[in-house]
Write a protein that binds this ligand. Structure first.
Ligand code: ATP
Ligand code: MG
Length: 538
């Protein structure tokens, strides 16, 4: 980035290079935002490039989901590329290396190659095939390409330095044999370039100037530069590293997320508990909130773990002024207001969003029968319990004070309804000051209440620090989803897919885009209202 300021480069091209082997997660969002916004800042371009060099794991389903996610985040790529479009060119560059004596065909097995690589303290051992003649290498590589060998029988390796202190420079593998059908090139190829060889070439072919990757690739940089130089590429991209995003209680790797999907721990890649972009979107996160989050965490050179609370902070901030307020009862208990006229329904007025008066007002029906939360009543109140209990009076949000007089139970002794009385004088907005009550509870009028399903989420992964030797699969939270059947106010009966609301005292909710129907509304809790997060002071 300094290069631009110093005028070392006069234009900038960045790229976002996902491998289409899974759905994107919030970590990828950080990379997308960084690449697109950096280019934008310096009036450059950004490519979306699918790094599809591993046919066994890649699929067009993933390609489509990745495109949709990048667009949804609010970015438009200037060019769309597939690494597989460059297979011919990459093969030619490999032949060039062979001709220069910089690459050789090796018959060692993967296991042997690993063993001979040495360690941080020990030099590697030279392959017995290292000194093959150029012509022999050329012929063998051509035979590899023609499909004359089985998977794993031979590889093409760079000939660099088996004693290099950087293990990545100890004759890394450039090409391997894989008789597999590729999602784009089908069965044309049976040799595929390794990531470390392919990536710099892809960047150079496209004229990328800033190849931004995560920190674990720092040690790869010398090899990256070696490939650019020895393959005699016209353009010279530069690799820059930044810290990857880690979030507490969150697995952030496509491989692990795929395991959660494959083992049916979740309902698919877009399960609202998943840290995937599609999961967050379905849960009710907005692109604005994710972008604001990414901006806040910024770009650092040191790895760190960000608290999930920070992501939650940004969705609350985004919805605070835009989400209509309404009431929903998640675990209903019937209340009969015995002194309210039978058959009468009155309409009470309330603001749609007290924090944004531009949103206007709504009408809430009130009558003799309402629902309240089971949790807002107890027969044996502990100290400081200010909600409803026999003899106590509370305020119904936007309505009246009610007082509990009687509990009605069935034969088994189970509570079925409460009998209360209301005080007409105490109507909300009337300026009543006669007496005070300590508790305010929410409610929904019974005759017009709309039944609804609520899905409440908790983190999918329990422990933040996994002990050694345990897998994230041992830390799955068995209670990550709770499904409740309750009621919402009739004035959101027409709620549509992805509409977002704040349910008084419960949090922000989203209409589930997959399972919600007109006859059976389904709401996902995006986030509760408790905000325990504070942005660091600057
Ligand atoms: P995963 O392990 O989840 O598959 P990956 O790095 O293998 O991640 P790619 O599809 O190769 O996934 O990544 C595309 C881009 O996204 C890369 O440039 C990579 O550096 C970046 N990226 C991946 N994970 C993160 C993360 N947690 N934080 C920031 N950037 C990330
Ligand atoms: Mg990967």
């Amino acid at each position: 980035m300094e290069d631009l300021k110093l005028g070392k480069v006069d234009h900038i091209i960045t790229r976002f290079p996902p491998e289409p082997n899974g759905y994107l997660h919030i970590g990828h969002a950080k990379s997308i935002i960084l690449n697109f916004e950096l280019a934008h800042e310096f009036k450059g371009k950004t490519h979306l490039r699918f790094d599809d060099t591993n046919p066994a794991k890649e699929d067009t389903e993933y390609v489509e989901s990745i495109k949709a996610d990048v667009e949804w985040l609010g970015y438009e790529w200037d060019e769309l590329f597939f690494a597989s479009d460059y297979f011919e060119e990459m093969c030619n560059r490999a032949v060039l290396l062979i001709k220069k004596g910089k690459a050789y065909v090796c018959d060692s097995t993967a296991e042997e190659i690993r063993k001979m690589r040495g360690s941080l303290t020990e030099a590697g051992m030279k392959s017995p095939f290292r000194d093959r003649a150029v012509e022999e290498n050329q012929a063998l590589f051509e035979s590899m390409r023609q499909g004359e060998f089985k998977d794993g029988e031979k590889v093409l390796r760079a000939k660099i330095d088996m004693a290099s202190p950087n293990i990545n420079m100890r004759d890394p593998v450039l090409y391997r044999i894989a008789h597999a059908t590729h999602h784009k090139t089908g069965d044309i190829w049976c040799i595929y370039p390794m990531y470390g060889f392919a990536h710099p070439l892809e960047d150079a072919i496209e004229g990328v100037t800033h190849s931004i990757c995560t920190l674990e690739f720092e040690d790869q940089r010398p090899f990256y530069n070696w490939i650019i130089r020895e393959c005699e590429m016209e353009n010279t991209p530069h690799q820059y590293e930044f810290a990857r995003l880690n979030i507490t209680n969150t697995v952030m790797s496509k491989r692990k997320l795929k395991q959660l999907v494959d083992d049916s721990v979740v309902d698919g890649w877009d399960d609202p508990r998943m840290p995937t972009i599609s999961g967050l979107r379905r849960r009710g996160y907005t692109a604005e909130a994710i972008r604001a989050f990414a901006r806040e965490i910024g770009v650092a050179k040191a790895d760190s773990v960000v608290d999930t609370k920070m992501l939650e902070h940004f969705i609350r901030e985004d919805l605070k002024l835009t989400a209509p307020r309404t009431m929903a009862v998640l675990k209903p208990l019937k209340v009969v207001i015995t002194n309210y006229p039978e058959g009468q329904v009155e309409l009470l007025e309330a603001e749609i969003n007290p924090e944004n008066s531009d949103m206007g007002t709504r009408q809430i029906p009130f009558s003799r029968e309402i629902y309240i939360e089971q949790e807002d009543f107890t027969e044996n109140p502990p100290a400081k319990y200010h909600r409803l209990f026999p003899g106590n009076e509370v305020r119904l949000k936007n309505a009246y004070f009610i007082k509990c007089n009687n509990t009605i139970k069935d034969e088994s002794g189970k509570l079925v309804e409460l009998h209360c009385t209301y005080d007409q004088e105490t109507k909300s907005g009337s300026g009543f000051t006669g007496r005070k009550v300590k508790g305010t509870i929410h409610w929904v009028e019974a005759s017009q209440a709309i039944p609804a399903e609520f899905r409440l989420y908790e983190p999918l992964i329990l422990d933040e620090d996994m002990e050694e030797g345990t897998s994230f699969m041992d830390h799955i939270n068995p209670n990550s989803l709770e499904i409740l059947e309750g009621f919402v106010e009739q004035n959101i009966a027409e709620a549509k897919s992805q509409d977002k609301f704040q349910f008084f005292r419960h949090g922000y909710f989203n209409v589930d885009p997959l399972n919600s129907t007109r006859d059976h509304l389904v709401f996902n809790r995006i986030v509760s209202l408790k905000n325990t997060f504070e942005l660091p002071k600057r």
